[in-house]
Design a protein around this ligand. Structure first.
Ligand SMILES: *Cc1c(COP(=O)(O)O)cnc(C)c1O
Length: 391
């Protein structure tokens, strides 16, 4: 990597591919190119064996069974399949779904789409720390509620929702529980049995795997979840997700999960130490706010807002040194403050002036020191420029 490239601290957007993952994938681009659905020859059998092994690895990482894993193109597709597929399959039972204001747009947009078709959606607010109120969830469940969708860990503020408690509430009310675990898999322990999760969306590229591959966990017993396919055209994945499977990506996904699980605790300690060090150094800044719960968050996440500083100017100033994002979906044409930060009750000003740091496996203490120094310097320069007489 050329030395002049900025330090990468945007691991909630995507992560670099681990070289060990690439090594595992390579044979499936070349000699082992078979279609797993080809049952009449060795090329197909080899590909099918690789896919089955990957399925087992991913299933056991969340205490599921291999036949409960459906491969998709990523978490966006898995969320769409879970939400629309359950809504359609349980249409006769009820047409009410519950989700949360801080969800990823890949959950909120399918819900809004269902609303346009006549479904009713309750969007729960969050507390100032980003956690949902469990009593509010309990009260929101109605006789016609079919699904509760609450993300495992937030992609902007890293806040981890109380999954086991949510699962308990849903199970005792007879309502299905879906969780978008795109940010959580490989970062925190996940257990679909202990947490009573019925559907879970996963993706590979947030845990050092390849882009374009993910999965939906679909519970097959106690209860057996019904799902309506959203993609038709073949009998792959028990006809719930048609389309030729992609063995290189699937093998890479499984390798990434295996590696992340093997070093889950040591990596959590390592990234949390880097994150805490950064936070400690930045705390000297006047008007700094931490967004999201202090400890109930992903180890590599830090999200801050700075009063009286233009978020855009700050990001621009930091660009040569560090690759971060504001965590808000902004483009120069239509700038909207982050829906996650406004859901926490942050003012639009503070929501605009935010930075999301996503620290990962390959970051070092030296890099974090450089970043801290650059942030301190840039903020001070911007504030001095503001004090200078205009003109
Ligand atoms: C990245 C992300 C997604 C989208 O996943 P893709 O695999 O890129 O489609 C969905 N939800 C959350 C929480 C994410 O962080």
């Amino acid at each position: 990597m050329p030395a002049h490239r900025p330090i990468y601290l945007d691991c909630h957007a995507t992560t670099p591919l681990d070289p060990r993952v690439l090594d595992a994938m390579l044979p499936y681009f070349t000699e082992q190119f078979g279609n797993p659905a080809s049952v009449t020859h060795q090329y197909g059998w080899e590909a099918e064996a690789a896919v089955q092994q990957a399925r087992s690895i991913i299933a056991s990482a969340i205490q599921a069974k291999p036949n409960e894993i459906l491969f998709t193109s990523g978490a966006t597709e898995a969320n769409n399949l879970a939400i629309k597929g359950v809504a359609e399959a349980y249409f006769a039972k009820g047409r009410h779904l519950i989700t949360v204001a801080t969800e990823h747009s890949a959950v909120l947009d399918p819900c809004r789409y269902l609303e346009s078709l006549g479904f009713e959606i309750t969007i729960l607010p969050v507390q100032p720390d980003g956690l949902i109120d469990l009593d509010q969830l309990t009260q929101a469940i109605r006789p016609d509620t079919v699904l509760v969708s609450v993300m495992a860990a937030n992609n902007e503020i890293g806040v981890i929702q109380p999954l086991a408690a949510i699962g308990q509430i849903c199970r005792s009310a007879g309502v299905l529980f879906h969780t978008d675990a795109a940010q959580a898999i490989g970062k925190i322990p996940l257990d679909v049995e202990a947490m009573q999760i019925d559907l879970m969306s996963l993706t590979a590229h947030k845990l050092y795997g390849p882009k374009g591959i993910g999965a939906l966990y679909l519970r097959r017993r106690n209860p057996r979840v019904q799902l309506a396919a959203q993609l038709h055209g073949g009998s792959q994945e028990r006809s719930l997700r048609a389309g030729t499977l992609y063995p290189p990506q699937i093998v890479g996904f499984a390798k990434a999960v295996e590696l992340a699980l093997a070093s889950l605790e040591t990596e959590a300690v390592q990234t949390a130490a880097l994150r805490d060090g950064l936070w400690q150094q930045l705390q000297v800044l006047e008007g700094i706010h931490l967004n999201g719960h202090l400890s109930q968050r992903l180890p590599g996440n830090l999200n801050i807002s700075l009063a009286g500083v233009s978020g855009q100017a700050l990001l621009l100033g930091l660009q040569p040194v560090v690759a971060v994002s504001s965590g808000s979906a902004c483009s120069s044409a239509q700038t909207q403050p982050s829906h996650v930060l406004t859901a926490l009750g942050r003012s639009p000003e503070l929501a605009y002036a935010s930075i999301r740091f996503g620290i990962g496996r390959f970051n070092t203490a030296t890099q974090l020191e450089q970043v801290a120094a650059a942030v301190l310097e840039t903020v001070q320069a911007l504030r001095l420029a503001d004090l200078a007489p205009a003109g």
